[in-house]
Write a new protein. Structure first.
Lengths: 386, 433
């Protein structure tokens, strides 16, 4: 199994063979999920030979809610609250690219202060999402402290976002033309205090979790996906960056004010599960850095929202805009026929791209590696099902 | 909301109470008292303080304080008391319950949360009681196709096996349920039963995830049983006895941990693996195999297995204390008499408060130091859970076979060198005997 193509052929051959002789006593058929502590809203059908996984089939679609079809029956503003449901922890980012696409279709530009506020909200939401992801990664590996710490610290950032947007989790903050409302008057100081505290906590996470020799033993050299395979499989976000590709939408096609911000694209060359688990952590550090710069450069005065009429008509045409979400590139492809509703709306999510890599990483690894590999893919089942 | 039924009559209520009292009185006089007297007629009654212990004497002793102490003194030296209450099951279960509570609070503090708070007003001390009551009222579900006798027996087997290990742990000089000459071997032999029970139970529950969990338990035993034995071997060489009380007594000059730090470490790690605690909770790895071999347990079945595992925690911590921390040895801090002059006075109440005849300063001192040490060891075992993720099965086997066994041999050779050099051991320079 040297190259990816060989592995794909091998998996296909095994799949055919296993379906042929189903009564093979050597293999045990395990259905991990959908009601299983190691999978939420999601199932992996696994066949194990002893402790080794010989066949894995991710079975998605348990929480398909038809977001795309629903969008065709609502106008551009009405779409905002339900489009953020697929990933409520990262709700600003999933609406961000929608706003960008609609702005392009309508032909408006948000005011400069609005762009900054939107970027701050997006970065804070990235922190909220990634702390939640890290918490679940901790409990997947049996590390209960790592479950509690990020979950607790996440509350502080949620408080910050509540001050900012008025809602704890689903903000509906970013709208076509800027943000819904301005930030409170002493937000800047509060945000800086919170970010400084959070950076301190991040160091402690590294001490208790990432530097733990048992975690290193479990994740280092496990589930290797090299650069070429990662590009071929089409993974995005932290999974792609963990395979040594410094690819970040914020750098590749900067949107709003990201071209004025000085930040590094965090990536690792070790291509293993540890890298995939560590890159989101590095992203969090970088996010704190970005938020500080955004707060510094944000103009103090000015409007935050370009006013549009509620039932706005778009110009006929199509557009595709994407942002870097917590799970990778998150894009909206929208076709407009000149009416007040999208003719067709397609969400391209990072989760759906990343889960495609799961069978290739699981086959040949051990059953004990399953949670580590699966959750390091930065996969959010509801977002993939849409 | 005190509500009465529509057809409530006060006369009926009083009548039902009178009827109940009548039934109870009739049952006691006609059935229970004759049974008690017939039984007492046939069983030999114990002799306390030169008198045969009849029920009448027992009642008089409960009224007269001066006659209470001898009967208590008599009871605490019976085997029943030892097995059921003090060094045996009751004491260990109390420590197990305290351990569960402390574990929850300690982990909560480590993880920046509060832990149990509401049950029992003060910091949720009755949380365990509430959980136990909840488990008692839960339905026990037996999966279809399960091997019923084994499925029902396994939790009880688990608790009783754990209690059997507890019986071997000496708490103070002479205070042990079973003072076996091959105590250490007996302890290891009984501990080896646990994976078998896990495997039997997992096989009996007729489910895939329990089966994988049971096999993992067996793997874990194979990986860690040998370093577990070997780490205790130098202790036996040094004290030239397998009797746990003798091993504890032989450490009254220096504790074994000062000579055998590596072995103590290996023993500690192996006992964590024996206990199936994080990082070695592979048989119960919840993100991989649901709850491992406990997946099909419901209600009090789960409660019994938890009780068994915490009894086992106490037993292994006790074994660690006896083997490496000198058992009950420690400086004498208790006074010779609880209240000076109580023995010579003629006031029965004062004698009772001073526990005259019951109070043995050496024993109490031993129990005190044993408790201090065991609490420290248990806390160390609990803290590990808060800072480590789960280990993987192949790393577990690798650690057990390659690293721990080699580590035990290093210290074994050091001990042999010291013994042949005439430093320690029987007749050595620093030796107890």
């Amino acid at each position: 199994m040297s190259t990816l193509d060989d592995k794909i052929n091998e998996i296909n051959r095994l799949a055919i063979q296993i379906t042929k002789d189903n009564d093979d006593d050597r293999l045990m058929n395990l259905s991990i999920g959908p009601q299983h502590p190691g999978s939420g809203h999601f199932r992996i059908v696994i066949k194990v030979d002893g402790d080794y996984i010989v066949y894995a089939d991710p079975d998605i679609g348990y929480v398909h809610r038809g977001e795309e079809k629903m969008s065709e029956h609502r106008n551009f503003i009405q779409n905002i609250p339900h489009l953020e449901r697929p990933v409520i922890h990262d709700s600003t980012n999933i609406i961000y690219s929608y706003s960008l696409a609609i702005e392009e279709l309508i032909g408006i530009n948000p005011p400069r202060r609005g762009q900054f506020v939107r970027a701050i909200a997006a970065e804070l939401d990235r922190l909220v999402y990634t702390t939640y992801w890290l918490a679940i990664y901790g409990i997947f590996l049996g590390h209960s402290t790592m479950f509690m710490w990020p979950t607790g610290d996440r509350e502080l950032i949620i408080d910050l976002l509540e001050r900012m947007t008025g809602h704890r989790v689903t903000h509906a903050f970013s709208v076509p033309g800027g943000v819904r409302n301005d930030i409170p008057y002493n937000f800047k100081e509060k945000c800086l205090t919170q970010i400084n505290y959070f950076e301190k906590r991040l160091k402690e996470y590294e001490d208790i979790f990432y530097n733990n020799p048992l975690l290193r033993q479990r994740t280092e050299g496990v589930g290797i996906m090299n650069k070429e395979d990662a590009i071929k499989l089409g993974v995005t976000g932290s999974v792609l960056r963990a395979s040594g590709v410094p690819y970040d939408i914020r750098k590749v096609e900067p949107y709003d004010v990201y071209d004025e911000i000085d930040f590094k694209v965090q990536y690792m060359k070790s291509c293993d599960t540890f890298a995939r688990a560590y890159v989101p952590y590095l992203d969090m550090k970088e996010s704190c850095h970005i938020i500080r710069q955004l707060l510094d450069k944000m103009p103090d005065e000015g409007s935050v929202r370009e006013k549009i009429v509620g039932n706005v008509k778009a110009q006929p045409g199509e557009t595709y805009r994407r942002v870097e979400s917590g799970r990778g590139a998150l894009g909206y492809y929208i076709i407009s026929d000149g009416s007040t509703k999208p003719y067709r709306l397609k969400i391209s999510t990072g989760s759906f791209r990343n889960i495609l890599a799961l069978p290739f990483l699981l086959v040949g690894s051990k059953l004990g590696d399953m949670p580590a590999i699966y959750w390091a893919l930065n996969y959010w089942p509801i977002e993939a099902d849409r | 909301m005190g509500s009465l039924t529509p057809d409530f009559r006060f006369g009926n209520f009083v009548g039902s109470i009178v009827w109940l009292v009548f039934v109870i009185l009739a049952l006691v006089t006609l059935l229970i008292l004759p049974i008690i007297f017939f039984t007492l007629f046939y069983i030999p009654l114990p002799v306390v303080d030169g008198e045969v212990l009849t029920p009448y004497l027992f009642f008089s002793m409960m009224v007269d304080p001066s006659r209470t102490l001898p009967i208590v003194q008599f009871f605490i030296h019976t085997d029943l008391f030892r097995a059921a209450i003090f060094p045996g099951f009751g004491f260990a279960a109390l420590i197990a319950a305290a351990t569960i509570f402390v574990e929850r609070k300690l982990l909560a503090k480590m993880q920046l949360r509060v832990g149990p708070l509401y049950a029992g007003k003060v910091e949720g001390i009755f949380q365990l009681l509430a959980d136990g009551l909840k488990l008692l009222t839960k339905e026990i579900i037996v999966p279809s196709g399960a091997d019923r006798p084994i499925f029902w027996l396994a939790p009880i087997m688990y608790v009783s096996t754990a209690a059997a290990v507890v019986a071997l742990i000496p708490v103070a000089s002479g205070w042990v349920v079973a003072d076996v000459d091959v105590g250490l071997i007996a302890a290891f032999a009984i501990l080896a039963f646990f994976p078998l029970i896990a495997l039997l139970f997992s096989w009996a529950s007729n489910s895939k995830f329990p089966f994988i969990g049971g096999l993992r338990a067996l793997h874990q035993m194979i990986a860690f049983e040998i370093p577990f034995f070997l780490s205790a071997l130098p202790v036996v060489i040094m004290s030239s006895s397998l009797n746990l009380s003798d091993i504890a007594r032989s450490q009254n000059i220096f504790w074994n941990i000062f000579i055998l730090p590596i072995n103590a470490f290996v023993f500690f790690i192996s006992s964590l693996a024996e206990l199936e605690r994080i990082p070695f909770d592979l048989p119960e790895a919840e993100s991989e195999i649901v709850a491992g071999w406990l997946t099909e347990t419901t209600g009090m079945m789960y409660g019994l297995i938890q009780l068994g595992s915490y009894l086992k925690l106490y037993a292994l911590a006790g074994l660690f204390v006896v083997l490496f921390l000198g058992g009950w040895s420690g400086p004498q801090i208790f006074p010779p008499e609880l209240i000076p002059g109580a023995h010579d006075s003629n006031l029965p109440l004062l004698q009772m408060i001073a526990l005259d005849g019951l109070y043995n300063p050496v024993t109490v001192n031993g129990i005190f130091w044993f408790l201090i040490k065991i609490i420290i060891v248990i806390l160390l075992m609990l803290i590990v859970r808060g800072i480590n993720p789960r280990i993987r099965i192949d790393i577990l086997l690798h650690t057990g076979w390659y690293k721990l066994i080699v580590l035990t041999f290093i210290n074994l050779f050091v001990v042999l060198m010291l013994i042949y050099g005439g430093v320690i051991g029987p007749g050595g320079l620093i030796s107890a005997r």
